[in-house]
Write a protein that binds this ligand. Structure first.
Ligand SMILES: Cc1cc2nc3c(=O)[nH]c(=O)nc-3n(C[C@H](O)[C@H](O)[C@H](O)COP(=O)(O)O)c2cc1C
Length: 405
């Protein structure tokens, strides 16, 4: 699961630089994913990169010739035009050597020459051994590059090809593409704003091995978190138990029950300026949770007494202040979408409400299109006609940005 809109790469022109790091083999899958996403990718490799991975691999994946020299190559790429025609110059992996050359403004091969043409288009994904990464030389070069506005994706921590563990790995495909999406996203309507996303299902335990819950996957909340971050917001998440990973760059507080979710929401709500309440909270919980596994009895029926859980959206609405609060309301009947959306918007003191259809054959849960109505506190309501969750998040986030002004 990648937390960015499925059509984000469609039609983008990416000049993809590969320098001589061992992570060059991973770049092949990045190029492949970008091409699959509809991007037009042209690959430029350094001489050392070609010692690690053959140019034929990148030619096959990009469907275009791979360039490596400034002079003397049949059909050479014109370095100025190539950059001017691209939306982005993405270098992955970027070696310590390349960072050093860039910091000093050295242009002694095709890739380092291209990079100098328009540094505003450059995004680097450095990857190297931890010792190299932590070296004063590399860190000083990074400071200089960042001061010049060059965007850098931090390497990940973990197992390195040199059989050591530490910081320096090129991030894996999905987090790398999410980081690139965030850096390239435009507009950035929420630069510096603080956003809290509450996401996922809750679990209400009956005994140590059974609970009441629902099929919420956390994808709606994750999509919001990804889109808010791409708009420049500082995002924090509170999440119930979900199977997949969360989007990159987000601090996540994991909770299980509605009571824990309410406590975390009360803790972090004062911090935020925007709150998206996309969690599927159990309205009720068993009054008691058996300490031992409940045994099957002789009776054909069993009664469980339930107690109401906190209404988290109402709690937050009551102390909203100047924040923008977005709620969700899940309905199983199409006719109820508008009336229930309006009622909940008012009763919970929210600014926007996504009233959406759930049920049937998994409708509303997981990576499925959303159908429903988007309402706001000014009485506007627009239909949501089977849109993907990222597009819905984009629409809602634009509305939130206008409400903040
Ligand atoms: C097997 C192998 C793996 C390497 N991996 C890295 C690496 O991950 N990061 C790095 O900065 N340098 C790495 N190097 C060293 C670079 O290849 C070397 O500094 C080279 O001069 C980089 O040239 P370039 O930046 O023009 O591609 C590696 C070298 C070898 C032989």
């Amino acid at each position: 699961m990648i937390f960015h809109p499925p059509d984000f790469w469609d039609g983008r022109k990416i000049l993809f630089g590969v320098s001589g790091g061992v992570a060059a083999y991973k770049s092949a899958s990045v190029v492949s994913a970008l091409v699959r996403g509809g991007a037009e990718v042209r690959v430029v490799m350094t001489r050392h990169a070609m010692k690690l991975v053959g140019r034929a691999t990148f030619e096959a994946l990009s469907g275009k010739p791979v360039y490596s020299r400034v002079f003397g190559e049949g059909g050479e790429i014109h370095h100025i035009t190539a950059v001017r025609e691209s939306d982005c110059v993405f270098v992955a992996p970027a070696t310590a050597n390349l960072l050093g050359k860039m910091a000093a403004g050295i242009a002694d091969d095709l890739l380092s020459t291209l990079i100098l043409v328009d540094e505003k288009k450059v995004v680097l994904a450095p990857a190297m051994n931890t010792g190299m990464w932590e070296s004063t030389a590399v860190q000083e070069n990074l400071i200089r590059l960042r001061e010049r506005g060059i965007r850098v994706i931090e390497p990940a921590e973990g197992w390195l090809a040199c059989r050591e563990t530490g910081k320096g790995r090129m991030p894996d495909l999905e987090p790398l593409l999410e980081e690139l999406y965030c850096l390239l996203h435009s507009p950035r309507l929420l630069e510096g704003k603080k956003a809290l996303v509450i996401s996922g299902p809750t679990r209400e335990w009956l005994d140590p091995v059974r609970f009441l819950s629902n099929p919420s996957s956390g994808i709606m909340g994750g999509s919001f978190a990804g889109v808010l971050r791409a708009h420049g917001a500082d995002v924090r998440m509170i999440s119930g138990p979900v199977a997949g990973r969360q989007p990159v760059g987000i601090q996540v507080t994991e909770v299980e029950t509605a009571t824990e979710m309410a406590q975390a929401a009360e803790k972090f709500f004062p911090w935020c300026e925007i709150c998206i309440m996309a969690a599927a909270v159990s309205d009720y919980r068993p009054v008691t949770c058996s300490p031992k596994k409940m045994k099957r009895g002789k009776s054909e029926e069993m009664t469980v007494t339930l107690a109401a859980n906190p209404d988290i959206l109402a709690l937050l609405g009551a102390r909203k202040g100047g924040r923008v609060l977005v709620g969700f309301c899940a309905e199983t009947e199409e006719e109820a979408l508008l009336t229930e959306g309006k009622r909940k918007l008012k009763e919970k003191n929210a600014d926007c409400m996504v009233s959406n259809l759930v049920g049937g054959h998994g409708e509303g849960f997981g990576m499925v299109p959303v159908r429903g109505v988007l309402l706001d506190r000014f009485g506007n309501h627009v239909p949501i006609q089977g849109t993907d969750k990222f597009s819905l998040a984009e629409t809602v986030v634009s509305r939130v940005a206008s409400l903040l002004q």
